[in-house]
Design a protein around this ligand. Structure first.
Ligand SMILES: [Fe+2]
Ligand SMILES: [Fe+2]
Length: 282
């Protein structure tokens, strides 16, 4: 399968180089532009799967580019970046979302490489695991857990218990599909999974806000992207669904949860642990 495409615009060539390296490490093919005119023509020929837009660039700034994107009907997720403070990023997020642009995250410059890599990895999971799952859903045995493996533990027993419950609900979904249960039973399990995921995300986001975690808003945005995907699939008319599609969706959910815990949730857990130990957080 061809690598997903990341298109970057930043008028600083060094930052473009750094982002390209991080994007490639996260599994993307990357193209970069220094000027808005190049970005506009590349959107059409390169058809990116994810974009990174610097809010302050000469000639046409990020806000104008977002307005232009609305007209292009380009729905690839966008990460906004800026070194000019939260005001620019908040304005970009508000205006972009109001215009139907898929603002996935906002990141302050200087960029934290691990934040950017985790955000890209999660976007990759949401956008592409579903497609990848199609290729290996058949015959794949997902692990079932009575307790989480050590590598997935976050140090918060409440978060870990929620994650374990989510894996078990995905397992229940798997069992319902594998046993050929009727559609109503399968959807009942899916609805329970959807409700528990929302409850867990709500709890996790509350911890993050209470601790003053600086990446709380981005983390919540990634949760919302996943919820939107689950809702869309759970509510989709089922006449065209079959067990292959159900398996594909199940593998997508499992891999998304695994990747999200290993990248974003554990990053938050490390931040909490460092703060508790009195060290300055990363
Ligand atoms: Fe999370
Ligand atoms: Fe979580």
């Amino acid at each position: 399968m061809a690598a997903p495409r990341l298109l970057v615009i930043d008028d600083d060539a060094i930052i473009c180089k750094i982002i390209a390296k991080i994007g490639e490490d996260a599994g993307f093919a990357v193209d970069t532009c220094l000027r808005s005119r190049d970005f506009q023509s590349k959107i059409r020929e390169y058809t990116p799967n994810v974009m990174i837009i610097d809010m302050v660039i000469p000639h046409m700034d990020g806000i104008e580019l977002l307005q232009w994107l609305e007209g292009e009907k380009c729905h690839a997720p966008v990460i906004l970046i800026s070194g000019y403070g939260d005001g620019y990023l908040d304005a970009g997020r508000t205006i972009g979302l109001a215009r139907g642009v898929n603002i996935a995250a906002t990141l302050k410059k200087p960029l934290d490489a691990s934040d950017l890599k985790a955000t890209l990895a999660n976007l990759l999971a949401i956008e592409f695991m579903e497609a990848q799952a199609y290729h290996h859903a058949e015959g794949k045995l997902l692990p079932s857990y009575n307790k989480l493996p050590g590598e997935m533990l976050t140090g918060s027993s409440e978060m870990d218990a929620d994650h374990l419950r989510l894996f078990q609900l995905i397992g229940d979904y798997h069992t319902a599909v594998a046993n050929g249960c009727n559609l109503e039973t399968v959807h009942e399990v899916l609805r329970e999974l959807d409700a528990y995921a929302k409850l867990h995300f709500h709890r996790e986001e509350a911890y993050m806000r209470d601790h003053g975690y600086p990446q709380a808003a981005n983390h919540a945005q990634v949760h919302r992207l996943l919820c939107g995907k689950v809702e869309k699939l759970a509510d989709a008319p089922r006449e065209n669904w079959n067990s292959a599609l159900e398996k594909e969706f199940m593998v997508f959910l499992w891999e998304w949860l695994y990747s999200h815990i290993m990248s974003m949730d554990k990053k938050y857990a490390r931040w909490v642990a460092k703060r508790a130990a009195g060290a300055s957080p990363p």
